[in-house]
Every structure is written in C-alpha cells, then in structure tokens.
Unconditional design. Structure first.
Length: 620
C-alpha cells in the first residue's frame, strides 16, 4: 500500500514540476511564470505539511501551513504585476530543490516511520529518481537553446547525479570519479580550444569545478566520519546550479585563462583540490586506506605524532603519493598529453611524447605498484625512484640499486641528454605537456617570477641547485651512518632521505605545479629545485646532447623567434646561440623538442649519440 502511495506522490510531483519547468523555460508572460512558481511553492508546503503531520500527528499544523501559504502566496501573486528573470529563476530553482528534500523526508517516514534528516531525505531512490527525471526534462526543453559547451557541462553533471552511496554502496564513488575524470578532461579541452579569446565558459567552468570539488570533499569526509551530509549538500547545490544554468544560460561574465593570472590559478587550484580528495576517495574505495579516522591514520606513510604540521605533511603526502592518485592523474594528464601529441609535426617529438605516456603507465604506475618486481625496487638499478629517498634508507643492502641507478641514468644523460628523465620517465613532463598545461607557458614570460627564471643563466638556478644537492648528499651520508649504527638521527622515527623525498616530490612538487601562473611551466627545471633532475642535467651539459641548426643564417633572418616562444622551459636565449655557434647547450635544456616543432623553417634538430655514431661511420 505504501509503495502505491509513494509512486502516486512521485508521479504527481513530476507532472507538477514538468509544468513549472515548461512555463518558466518558455516565459510566455510574467503572469504565467508567477502562477507556475506559486504552484511549485504549493507542492513544497504540501510535502512539508504532510511530513510534519506524520511526524507530529498534528492535523491542525498541517492545515495552518498549507492555509497560510494559500492565502499569503495567492495575495502576493495577485499583487505582483511583473518579476525579473533572475529573481524568478532563483525562486524556481530554490523551491524545486527544497520541495524535493521535503518529498524525500515524506517518503522516508512513510517507509520507515522514523524522523528524517538531510541524509535520509536525499539518500533514497525516490528522491534520486524524481531529481534525475526533473533534470532530464529541464535539459530536454532547453537543449536546442543551449550552446554546445554549456550543454556538455550539464550532461556531464547529469551523469554524476544518480550515484548516491546509500543506493550503490561505496562503488558509487568509483563510478562518479570515473565520470568526473572524463568531465575534467572535457573542461580542459574546452578551455584550451577557446584559449585565444575571452568567453563566458571560463567562469561557468569555475562554477562547475567548485561543485566537483565540494562533491569530492563530501566523499572524503564520508569515509572519515561515515556522514554523508556534506556530500548530500554538494548534490543539492549541483542540482540547483544545473536547473539555474539550464534555464538562464552560462555565466555572462567573460574571461581568459591565458590573460588573467587569477583565473588560471583558480582553475588549476580548484582542479587540484578536487583531484586531491578524489585520490583519497579512490584510495578508500580500493582498500589502500582504511575507513574511519583511526583507520585512515593507520594507513598513512609516516608516524602519527599529534604535531599539526608533521601530521598535515603526512596526510597530504600520503594521498598525493598514493597509487590511485597517480592513476587518476595519469588518465587525465595522459589524455591531454595525447591530444597535444596529435598537434605535433616532428616525428621525433611525437615519439618522445608517446614514450613519455608509456613510461608513466609502466615505469611510474605498473612496475612500482602492480608488477612482481614492486617489492624489490630498492635493490634494482634504474628502478630506484628519484635518486635518493622514497624507496628505502641508504644502507649496504640497497647500495647496488641506488648507485646503479645513478650510473645508468648518468650514461643515458651523457648519450641522450637529460631528456631521458626530464622529458620521458619522470611524471613531471606528462603533467606539463598536456595541451591545456602546455599553453600556460605564456606565464614564463608574463609572470613576475617567471620572467626572472628565463634564459639559461638566471641567477636563481645555480645557488638553489647547489644547495639542494648538498642537502641531499648530507642526508644520504647521515642515513648511511644510521644504517651502520654509528649515529642515530631520525625525525619522528623517519629516515631523513625518505622524508626528503616525501616532502620534495609528494608535496612541494605539486605546490610548484599549481603555481604555474606565478612561476611558469617546468619550474622544477628552471628553479633547480629537483636534485635528481639537476644531476641528470649536469651530466647532459657535458655530454653529447645539444640542439643544432642546419643553417645559422636562417636564424638571423627569422623575425618570429618561434623556437624561444615555444620552449616550455623559457630558454629565450637559444636563437643568439644558434647564430653565434650553430648550436645550443644549456643545463636547463631537457629536450622537450617544442622548439623543433615550432620552427617554421625546419631548421633545428637534436644532436646526441645517434648523430655522433653516424658521423664516425661516415668518417666525419
């Protein structure tokens, strides 16, 4: 009997809401819209009154609530001659979502006889079904009028809405994360395709990414506290935004992420926060983290101390260095890098980018986390991650793997340049090389700090690189002496080399990455901050790798200097070196190759061991 009642209420609710949506969308007159909103409000108070009656068994209260609305609402409708569209749309969206929440409360008490709260009102199939049906109908009646970008955004959000945890268990977060990853790729593609002009979609994008971020924060809080309140609030906000934007259109304010530092940073920052919490949620779903606050603490990488700074570092680094965060980032950034690769003309650069994507999948994800070798990586030369740190303290048992890694990378950097690391096997190039992020290299020339890091000889590179390298060397000696029992020095029982890696690459690197609008791209290279990169770059500088030109005279006649403009590392002095020497060598040049692809005269090429061997065989 209750099922029949619920079904009847849901159908009645849908029919009324379809009528309201149709009237508001078509806006044939202010009077008709006012009547539609009045009817919508009537549904709201009826749901509220019915719920309170079942909860309190007070018929008088039910009659007072409904009677008061009938009288005062009707009085307002009769006396209001016109209404602005913005106010009408706000009332329309707000009434709809509040009405549905009270409908969910009514359905819950009818099913269980228990009082409802926000979670139980929203997390039930009746609410979800009605909500999705209304969103679909709203989109259908507005579909032709919407521009393509907003339409795609709305469809992405609509696909996210049905996945409520109470209905689909914790795997709802897995499905919603997959959809959100696809939506994020869509957002970046849209922004990149519109990068040359200011558009309304820029601020609409920021709104959408804010909703995504709140959803993932809500999901993360759920696994810590088992409360869905924040997640449910995010879903309600998403529905209001969906209805409002479907009816009124995109945010009228225009902007361009390549011309406004604040816009660029807002987009990157919001995306990063969303991805951070998404990574944490996926870690919970896939069993890497244990649910609950105590379970989460027990899953972290470093010892829990009660020190807010240390434990904050532990939480952030544990998530950013986790397998599922890297997988999620790899899918997003890998797709954007693939799209960028399709734009490249020069075959060698295409091959380098293909190897970069493959290296991320195999070298950074599969081998360390899923392969049979994963437990033995500290002992295998070439597999020790980032030189010193991360895999194990420095001890006799791992010296072969550690020293062997330095030897192998030194040989590769001498023969092929530091591009073997900084443009292929490191995770950084794939994140910087996606089409959206690559376009941000304009900030190398326009940001205050970025401009100071330009050219091969910025005053910051050498002192930073030297200081960091000395720090890491000292840490390695301390770690080794610890392993021999000569000294005993740890920080909260953590080996210093493990801690350096944890902070350097699981926290600081991401801070540098999201600071692109202020530092420019590849700041890990331009600042000298990455000690592992600096080692390879130093070997590359004395090795066989360099950029050469076929005809220096062509560089003299060049008016556009596309090579320097294309360089994501900001090496703006290469043209002068080409003219003077016919080649360019720099400790900062990591062989990305965009200068080669950008040269309109096909004049630049990479010289490394392959060319050296050819010259020897040809007798040159």
């Amino acid at each position: 009997m209750n099922l029949l009642i619920l079904f009847s209420i849901a159908i009645s609710m849908l029919l009324v809401m379809f009528y309201v949506i149709y009237e508001v969308k078509n806006w044939r007159s202010d009077r008709r819209v006012l009547v539609a909103i009045y009817v919508e409000g009537m549904m709201l108070v009826m749901n509220l009154g019915a719920y309170l009656y079942l909860l309190l068994h007070d018929l008088f209260l039910f009659l007072v609530i409904n009677g008061a609305y009938m009288i005062f609402g009707l009085y307002a409708i009769l006396n209001i001659k016109s209404i602005s569209r913005s106010i009408a749309y706000v009332l329309f969206s707000s009434f709809m979502i509040i009405s549905e929440v009270f409908m969910g409360s009514l359905f819950y008490i009818l099913q269980t006889g228990l009082p409802a709260n926000l979670d139980s009102s929203v997390e039930n199939p009746w609410f979800v079904t009605v909500m999705v049906a209304e969103m679909i109908f709203t989109l259908m009646v507005s579909f032709k009028r919407l521009d393509k970008t907003l339409r795609n955004y709305l469809i992405s959000l609509l696909l996210l809405m049905p996945w409520f945890p109470v209905i689909f268990s914790n795997y709802a977060f897995l499905f919603s994360s997959i959809i959100m990853i696809g939506a994020t790729i869509l957002v970046y593609e849209t922004l990149y395709n519109q990068r040359l002009r200011a558009t309304q979609e820029t601020f609409t994008t920021i709104e959408l990414m804010s909703i995504f971020t709140l959803m993932m924060i809500g999901g993360f809080i759920y696994f810590l506290t088992f409360s869905l309140t924040v997640y449910d609030v995010s879903m309600l906000i998403a529905m209001v935004w969906f209805i409002y934007r479907t009816v009124i259109g995109p945010n009228p304010r225009k902007g361009n992420y390549l011309r406004d530092t604040k816009i660029a940073f807002s987009i990157i920052f919001l995306t990063f926060i969303m991805e951070f919490f998404m990574g944490g949620v996926l870690d919970f779903v896939m069993g890497l983290f244990s649910p609950g606050i105590k379970g989460f603490i027990s899953s972290l990488s470093l010892p829990w101390t009660g020190n807010i700074i240390w434990d904050g570092i532990d939480v952030v680094g544990s998530i950013l260095g986790s397998t599922w965060f890297l997988i999620m980032m790899g899918i997003e950034m890998g797709f954007l890098a693939f799209k960028k690769m399709l734009e490249i003309r020069v075959r060698e650069v295409k091959i380098r980018m293909a190897l970069m994507i493959l290296a991320y999948a195999i070298y950074s994800i599969y081998i360390p986390s899923f392969s049979p070798l994963s437990s033995s990586l500290p002992y295998i030369p070439y597999m020790w991650s980032m030189g010193i740190g991360t895999l194990a303290p420095v001890s006799n048992s791992v010296l072969l793997g550690l020293i062997g890694t330095y030897i192998i990378y030194a040989i590769l950097s001498f023969l092929f340049g530091s591009r073997n690391l900084c443009a292929v096997t490191c995770t950084a190039p794939m994140m910087y090389q996606g089409n959206f992020y690559d376009s941000l290299k304009v900030y190398n020339r326009t940001s205050k700090i970025g401009k100071k890091l330009l050219t091969s000889k910025s005053k910051y590179y050498r002192p930073i690189a030297l200081s960091v390298s000395v720090l890491v060397l000292i840490a390695a000696v301390i770690s080794y002496l610890n392993s021999l029992g000569i000294i005993s020095f740890t920080i909260f029982n953590t080996d210093i080399t493990v801690l350096i890696y944890f902070i350097w690459f699981d926290i600081m690197w991401y801070l540098i990455f999201i600071s692109i609008p202020f530092l420019g791209t590849f700041a890990c290279v331009t600042t000298g901050y990455c000690y592992w990169g600096v080692f390879n770059q130093a070997i590359s500088r004395i090795g066989l790798f360099r950029l050469k030109v076929k005809n220096p005279q062509q560089c003299i006649e060049c008016k556009t200097v596309d090579c320097a403009n294309a360089c994501p590392v900001g090496l703006t002095d290469m043209r002068g070196e080409f003219i003077r020497k016919g080649e360019f060598r720099s400790i900062k040049c990591v062989g990305i190759g965009e200068c080669i692809d950008a040269c309109p005269y096909n004049n630049i090429f990479i010289y490394d061991v392959r060319n050296w061997i050819k010259e020897r065989f040809r007798g040159k």
